[in-house]
Design a protein around this ligand. Structure first.
Ligand code: PGA
Length: 258
């Protein structure tokens, strides 16, 4: 059976943009997308932005269903004594659809383990958010030939954390090789495709229907001039964009890339 997976272009703003800047960037993105929702030429593409927590409330009312909203992390519990954390319900209250889990900066700068990421992923899925599970190997792991083992381990932890009900929920996987993030050195499109095909095979080991329907994104130095080469790969369903999502011109060029 053929599945059409709607392309997803997600802008991860990281720790950038106070409210006024976020407002300006979103308005420029909406202007660029043009026309009443959704612009016909882009009907096959979903655009999403992931502002910092502090700008979510300012951005949400501007989006009017034309651009989806996501958060950069999420806790697993609904409320509780978890200083500094943000719950799935708080994000749903701000009209978020998505939440990143296990971004490499959370794993490698803030020490989040596979087990913690798995709890965040399952908690978000159970609460009705669409979690975006980020996976990817470091340069050392790649050079040691461990890419598949690392990615499989990260995926399996997260999938195993889902209970029977959560296992039916929608989620997205973003393959982001750590050595490609913020370095200007993107993976080669065929290399990225090989890992994304492997990710789909791991997903199929859990549920074949879900493997065919789940969107797998590539992330790591995606720019207007390399985006199209990723999108032409059969197992790459879009991009998670960091640096190039901070300006409307580059971000829109990636949204339009063929
Ligand atoms: P980059 O970041 O596009 O700046 O490499 C990607 C990401 O961290 O999601």
């Amino acid at each position: 059976m053929m599945h059409t997976r709607r392309r997803l272009i997600a802008g991860n703003w990281k720790m950038h943009m106070v409210r006024a800047e976020a407002d300006g960037l979103v308005r420029a993105i909406l202007d660029g997308l043009g026309g009443p929702p959704p612009a016909r030429a882009l009907a096959g593409t979903e655009v999403a932005v992931f502002p910092p927590f502090t700008a979510l409330a300012a951005v949400a009312p501007l989006l009017a269903g034309r651009v989806s909203l996501g958060a950069q992390n999420v806790h697993w519990a609904q409320t509780g004594a978890f200083t500094g954390e943000v719950s799935p319900g708080m994000l749903l209250d701000l009209c978020c659809k998505y939440a990143l889990t296990g971004h490499s900066e959370r794993r490698h700068v803030f020490g989040e383990s596979d087990a913690m990421v798995a709890r965040r992923f399952a908690g978000a899925a159970g609460a009705g958010l669409v979690p975006v599970l980020c996976v990817g190997e470091t340069l050392g792991q790649r050079e040691a030939g461990q890419t598949q083992a690392v990615v499989a381990e990260q995926l399996t932890h997260a999938l195993d954390a889902l209970d029977a009900l959560e296992a039916q929920a929608e989620f997205v996987v973003a393959y982001e090789p750590v050595w490609a993030i913020g370095t200007g050195k993107a993976a080669g499109p065929e290399d990225a495709e090989a890992v994304c095909a492997f990710i789909r095979a791991v997903l199929a080991g859990h549920s074949s229907g879900q493997a065919a329907a789940t969107r797998i994104l590539y992330g790591g130095s995606v720019k207007p001039d390399n985006a199209g080469a990723f999108f032409r790969q059969p197992n790459i369903d879009g991009a998670l964009v960091g640096g190039a999502s901070l300006g409307a011109g580059d971000f829109l060029a990636i949204v339009r890339a063929q």
